[in-house]
Structures are given as C-alpha cells and as structure tokens.
Design a protein around this ligand. Structure first.
Ligand code: NAD
Length: 316
C-alpha cells in the first residue's frame, strides 16, 4: 500500500472529500500537520511515497534520503519552501495549487485595507480595554491602490478595488499588458511610480531573490508619509527592522501583514508595540471554500502520480 505524509495543518479540515480521494486510490495517509515537528519529519519522511506539504522547509539533504518519494504536493501556491532544482534532479514531481485560494487571499488583503484605514482592530482593542474612544480614519473610496505583482490574487484585489472606485497602479515586470477588464482603472507602471503615488500598497509577489527585502528603508521612505502598507504575499519581502524604524519615526499611516519573515513571529518583535501595525497569523487561504478546493487537488495529484498518471499544476 502506498503511503502519504501530510504536513499541512489545514489539509482536509473543512471537508471529508480529500480523504475519500486518498482512500479511493488505496493510499494510506498520516496526518502530521497539527503537531508538526521538524526533527520527526526528517526521521519519518524516507518511509513515504508522497508528501502533501505545508509551509515548512524540506531541505535537499533530507530529500536525497527519500528513495520512495514520488511527489511533493504543495498545499497552496507559494513554492519558496521547496528546493525545486533538487527535487527535479531526484526525479520527484512537485505540484502546487495556484489561483484556487486567490479569492480567499484577496478578501483578506481587502479586509486589511479596510481595517487599517478605519482603525477597526485598534478601536476594538481599545474598547475591550474599557476605552470607548473615537478613531478618525480615512475613506478607501477613490484612493490610489498600488499592487506589487499582478497575478491571480492581485487581480482579485483589483476587482474588489473597482467597487470602491479606486485608481490602481501595478508593478509587475513579467506582465506586458493589462487585460481588457481592468483597462479603465488599472495602470501598469514602474516600481518607483507605484511606491511614490499610492495611498495604499498591497504586496502580491512570491518571495524570490529579486523580491527579498524589496520594501526596505529606502523604499518605505519613498512611500507617502501617511500611506498604508499591506503584505499578504510572503514574509521577507518587507525588511521588518527597517519597517519598525520607519514607523516608529512616524513614517506610514499603518502596516498590516499576514506573513512574517519568521513564523510564528517572535513574541518580543518590536512591531507588536506599534498600535498601527496589524498582523494576522498567515490565514490568507484559510477559508472553508479555499481549503476544500486546495485539499482535493492535492489528494488527486498524489493519487495520480502514485498511479502513474499525470497530475495537474506540475512545477517539476
Ligand atoms: P501568481 O503567480 O498568480 O502571481 C504572482 C505575480 O508576481 C506574477 O504575476 C509575477 O509576474 C509577479 N512577480 C514575480 N516576481 C516579481 C517581482 N520581482 N516584481 C514584481 N512582480 C513579480 O501568484 P498568486 O496566486 O497571485 O500569489 C502571490 C503570492 O501570494 C504567492 O507567491 C504567495 O507567496 C502568496 N500567498 C500567500 C498566501 C497567504 O496565506 N497569505 C496564500 C497564497 C499565496
């Protein structure tokens, strides 16, 4: 019987269907997501034929010990925790599930935009502490939104921005043309133009060598003094120490992130001392609809590869 290890915390959490897919293909599975332990993972992974992986790294030296492993199915879109070239050399297929979480993440990005603009979580915390205080925020309506990256999630953010009559500036060097549906309110431009002219910037790029610390002190200081910075992409795209220093000195109206360079974030991270820094615990794709869809594709891809068939969304 083929064996699959699941290290994603959310796999199958919202529907029994992905388990039925694995069982239907005669696959035995072990769930390790809830109490994930890196040492234990390294010890047991060589026994498995397939891996449905969450966000933790899977290092080349550990991959090399996995004689039976045929597929790494990423439970999500981001591939920065998987060493693709090494997987390719070892003949291990890698798949991801792009776009299926694009509505969930776009909803969260937009929720962060509305929250930080109107001080919802700040006021909520104050009221819980017994302080019924006013908070003067800003309208989102007709503001300029800068999007870093214009892939599946950013496009869905733009669709939401249209409902708020926002002007949208986009920086994405891999996009040559804005699709027709966006042409009346989205402008493709360079990074400095987006940085300097946006009231709100929302980051939707993968973490790569070219995006690591893209928002460092120099870039943050180019943003409007009262602008908001939103990151639901990946931790590490914002240089967090630089962000803290800029915000401590009154630069930026606020920053809201769903991702941190180290997760879980350090409890003594100085950003937590800033009221206008808002953080969610990497919950971007955690909607019932997105988790169900992504889990089913992962289960189907694992079943296909272990049965000698071609999976969907092949990376290597
Ligand atoms: P996507 O591949 O559809 O879009 C990414 C876009 O970024 C592409 O259009 C690409 O051209 C662009 N890009 C790449 N490098 C760039 C660079 N250096 N500068 C500017 N643009 C660049 O991916 P997506 O589904 O829209 O997801 C975007 C990112 O969001 C993922 O890579 C992932 O890291 C992150 N994500 C986060 C969560 C979460 O839970 N918070 C969930 C899913 C995805």
């Amino acid at each position: 019987m083929k064996k699959v290890l699941v290290t994603s915390r959310s796999f199958g959490k919202t529907s029994p269907k992905p388990f039925a897919v694995l069982e239907g293909a005669g696959i035995e599975y072990t769930l390790m997501g809830g109490d994930f332990d890196e040492e234990k993972f390294k010890e047991v992974i060589p026994q498995y034929d397939g891996l449905i992986i969450g966000a933790h790294p899977f290092y080349p030296e550990d991959m090399a010990r996995c004689e039976h492993l045929k597929i790494i199915a990423k439970h999500g879109a981001g591939l920065d925790n998987i060493y693709l070239e090494d997987a390719k050399k070892l003949g291990i297929r890698v798949t991801n599930v792009p776009a299926m979480n694009a509505n969930a993440v776009a909803d969260l990005a937009f929720a962060h935009i509305l929250n930080i603009s109107r001080g919802i979580s700040i006021t909520n915390e104050r009221v819980h502490r017994g302080a019924w205080e006013t908070f003067i925020g800003k309208d989102v309506f007709e503001k300029t939104l800068g999007l870093i990256g214009f892939g599946a999630i950013a496009k869905n953010v733009a669709r939401r921005a249209r409902g708020f009559s926002m002007k949208v500036l986009v920086y994405d060097p891999f996009v040559t043309e804005i699709p027709e549906e966006f042409q009346d309110f989205v402008t493709l431009t360079d990074l400095n133009t987006v940085t300097e002219n946006s009231d709100i910037i929302s980051i939707h790029v993968p973490l790569t060598d070219s995006t690591k610390h893209l928002f460092d002190k120099e870039r943050i200081m180019k943003m409007k003094k009262e602008a908001y910075l939103i990151n639901t992409g990946r931790g590490g795209i914002i240089q967090e120490q630089d962000l803290y220093e800029c915000m401590k000195n009154g630069h930026l109206g606020g920053c809201a992130v769903d991702v941190m360079e180290h997760e879980p974030m350090e409890k003594d991270c100085p950003l937590l001392g800033l009221e206008n820094f808002v953080v969610t615990a990497h919950i971007g794709m955690y909607s019932i609809e997105a988790i169900s869809a992504v889990s089913v594709v992962c289960a189907e891809n694992v079943a296909k590869v272990l049965n000698g068939e071609e999976p969907r969304f092949v990376i290597v």
